[in-house]
Design a protein around this ligand. Sequence first.
Ligand code: HPA
Ligand code: ZN
Length: 326
Amino acid sequence: TDLDSFITGLPKAELHLHIEGSLEPELMFALARRNRVTIPYASVEEVRAAYAFGNLQDFLDIYYAGAAVLLKRQDFHDLALAYFDRAAADGVVHAEIMFDPQTHTDRGIAFAEVIEGLLSAMAEAEARHGLSSRLILSFLRHLSEEAAFATLAEAEPWLDRIAAVGLDSSEVGHPPAKFARVYAAAAAKGLRLTAHAGEEGPPAYVREALDLLHVERIDHGNRALEDAALVDRLAREGMTLTVCPLSNLKLCVVDDLAHHPIDTMLARGLRATVNSDDPAYFGGYIADNYRAVARARGLGKAELATLARNSFAGSFLPPEVIAAHI
Ligand code: HPA
Ligand code: ZN
């Protein structure tokens, strides 16, 4: 349709994408075979059937298990290049991708294997599609502050090739405060700052991310809407929210896309963006996410263009590059 081609043709940035969450079942099987790793599924259909989640933790259990097929530099390269090919087809011209080093180093995979595979795919995506990208090193918040510090230390040789740090995994019970010192250390090394907050956690976690972590954007942020004063503050400060509609539906953050708050966010002056989070697990890439909320909430071209403009405004690109995109 006209709206479909408008969405695909809209140049956009993806700001909330876990590269491990772009592992399609077909590639999971291919890598399992290549690496002689056994996975608890007999077929691609069986894998897809397992992707029914009641909450964030249901998903995380399956997501970490799936990552077990990723062993070598080439695996990370193939994973990321498959994502960039899909993203480019959806009109993504810039992607800021998260990776979870601890998911791999805790299985004995060297940090170098992970990051060198991702970096070579990023260079290939630039050459192949003109798609620029940045890396966001995400700490697993269910693990300790000490483990996060150890991960930051392991990243030291690559700090000039990492744009930012992030915080993901099980939110409730692991408030931002737990990582305040890690974020201060990352900022001192010149890294930009983002964190998941307000996906399942309360508005207080969004406040902590702002006040204790000093983040420049909030990943998800849905539950901030429960606190009117917080919404006013996020709007006033021009804080970017990286919203993920199909993720919200699959993880039961919203009960129906017809009730998704994306247009409420825009109406309240929030710099909301649309992103895919873990597209292989949640049923769609970025254009699918734009289309799904456009249909469910009746968004028109003006609102879709605002969402795309917000994605550049909220990116970690230099100001003059952002200005050229918007
Ligand atoms: N939330 C928290 N952790 C995650 C997510 C998410 O949506 N995706 C991958 N890790
Ligand atoms: Zn996420």
